[in-house]
Design a protein around this ligand. Structure first.
Ligand code: GUN
Ligand code: FE
Length: 440
């Protein structure tokens, strides 16, 4: 903490919601705090100095400049732990399934990111969209091109935001324009790590696209890179669609299952993020749990591409819980909105006979994702000392939401209606490190 972090600069007033733990494990009473007339004190350095009931605001903080949001909801900004930057233009590009969609739309669009100019323009649009949806931090894929990752890091740094990303590694089964080699992938990734990892609020994620598009040789260098840079994250895709799983089985005939392919190359671990994980066996879940890996649920993408229904209870079995995050997976995902994403996660759970409460969902999108990313020292809730990365939600943003609120003003019910009915229209403002970066 610097002096700037100890000097109070401004207040945010509104109804504060703060998750302190996982409601699924600890129960609502021990994990969520509400203040209907709450206030957050933000330091000059953009960190949270105090939060609680406005009536209890310590004298020393009174009279500071105040952004007053009345009865709107103030909470930690959303964290999106699986999103593709170079897919910002291809939301709702139709495909028969994942592999068809990748070949027809995704690879051609990603090939454009060899141009620094194209990538730089796209980065601003992409980050604007995150902020307009209340998302203040992300674990993102870039394209295969080094320049694409460079550009996104630079744009995120300029905005002072928390961003984890990396150059995608892929050396087979795609057009040449989006392929690297094991050698160039290793060299470019290491260069980017040296340049960006732990610079300010940035972190590097080693990013093999998925087993389908990486040869054994490339997965081998990926494992080496991960071993040499144990502080980095590793992100990839796992067990998303039946066609993909069948392909992996053919490509790696020696493997026990899809997870075993990544395991063989030492890619499981506490910093490892596997998007989707829809069709995982008991054995795979055991290995993922044992290794401390995270599976990231991407419901709008899974529904759009017909990939299958994620089973939260299967992943979360108490005797071997696999860590779970929730994310948009734009552009396989159909919305940047974490509200819509949570609403779809709720519906997927319902179709599987499972239950996700509003508290479970908002916890996942904030503190839950922060913990999985090992970023909860700095983000995820309103605790003193964390960055003031904040979203302000309007529970009456649309006539439909407004009518719904007439029936019940109970705050959990309001959060529930926001996740089922809300979207970017419900975002009143977004703050990054105490600075307003979006106004709805
Ligand atoms: N699997 C490999 N690449 C991708 C991608 O870009 N999106 C999704 N949803 N799955 C993938
Ligand atoms: Fe993805």
């Amino acid at each position: 903490m610097t002096n700037r972090d100890q000097t109070a600069a401004k207040l945010l007033r509104g109804a504060t919601v703060n998750f302190t733990d996982n409601p699924r494990l600890k129960g609502d009473d021990n994990s969520v705090q509400y203040e209907t007339k709450g206030v957050i004190v933000i330091s000059e350095g953009g960190r949270i100095l105090w939060q609680g009931a406005f009536a209890q605001l310590p004298d020393g903080f009174k009279g500071l400049p105040c952004d007053d949001y009345d009865d709107k909801i103030i909470m930690a900004g959303f964290i999106d732990p699986h999103i593709h930057f170079p897919q910002y233009r291809i939301l709702a590009a139709p495909g028969k399934d994942l592999l068809d969609w990748l070949n027809r739309f995704t690879f051609p669009e990603e090939s454009r990111y060899s141009s620094e100019e194209y990538a730089a323009k796209a980065a601003e649009i992409f980050l604007d969209r995150l902020f307009a949806n209340g998302t203040t931090s992300a674990l993102a894929f870039c394209s295969v091109h080094k320049t694409c990752a460079d550009t996104l890091f630079a744009a995120a740094e300029k905005r002072g935001m928390s961003m984890i990303t990396g150059k995608t590694m892929m050396d087979r089964l795609a057009p040449d324009a989006v392929l690297d080699t094991p050698e160039t992938a290793a060299r470019d990734s290491q260069d980017l790590i040296n340049k960006w990892d732990n610079k300010g609020r940035l972190k590097y994620a080693i990013t093999p696209r998925f087993a389908v598009t990486s040869t054994d040789a490339q997965l081998q260098v990926t494992g080496d890179l991960y071993k040499d840079n144990p502080d980095c994250l590793m992100q990839t895709h796992l067990s998303e669609s039946p066609g993909e799983i069948a392909t992996v089985q053919k490509q790696f005939p020696w493997s026990e299952d899809y997870t075993d392919v990544y395991d063989h190359f030492n890619l499981l671990g506490e910093n490892s993020f596997f998007a989707h994980g829809i069709h995982l066996s008991e054995r795979e879940c055991q290995r993922l749990a044992e290794s401390g890996s995270t599976v990231v649920h991407c419901p709008t993408s899974n529904n759009f591409l017909g990939s299958g229904l994620f089973d939260i209870d299967h992943l979360s079995k108490p005797e071997r819980p696999v860590g779970v995050g929730v994310a948009t997976d734009v552009g396989g995902g159909t919305s940047y909105s974490m509200l819509q994403t949570l609403g779809e996660a709720y519906k997927v759970a319902m179709l599987k006979g499972r239950k996700i409460t509003a508290h479970d969902a908002f916890y996942l999108a904030t503190l839950g994702n922060a913990k999985q990313l090992k970023q909860d020292k700095d983000i995820g809730n309103l605790e003193t000392g964390k960055y003031a990365d904040i979203v302000v939600l309007d529970p009456k943003a649309t006539p439909v939401l407004e009518s719904r609120q007439e029936v019940s003003e109970n705050l959990e019910d309001v959060l529930f209606s926001l996740m089922v009915l809300g979207d970017d229209r419900a975002i009143t403002a977004t703050y990054v490190a105490g600075e307003k970066v979006y106004q709805g």
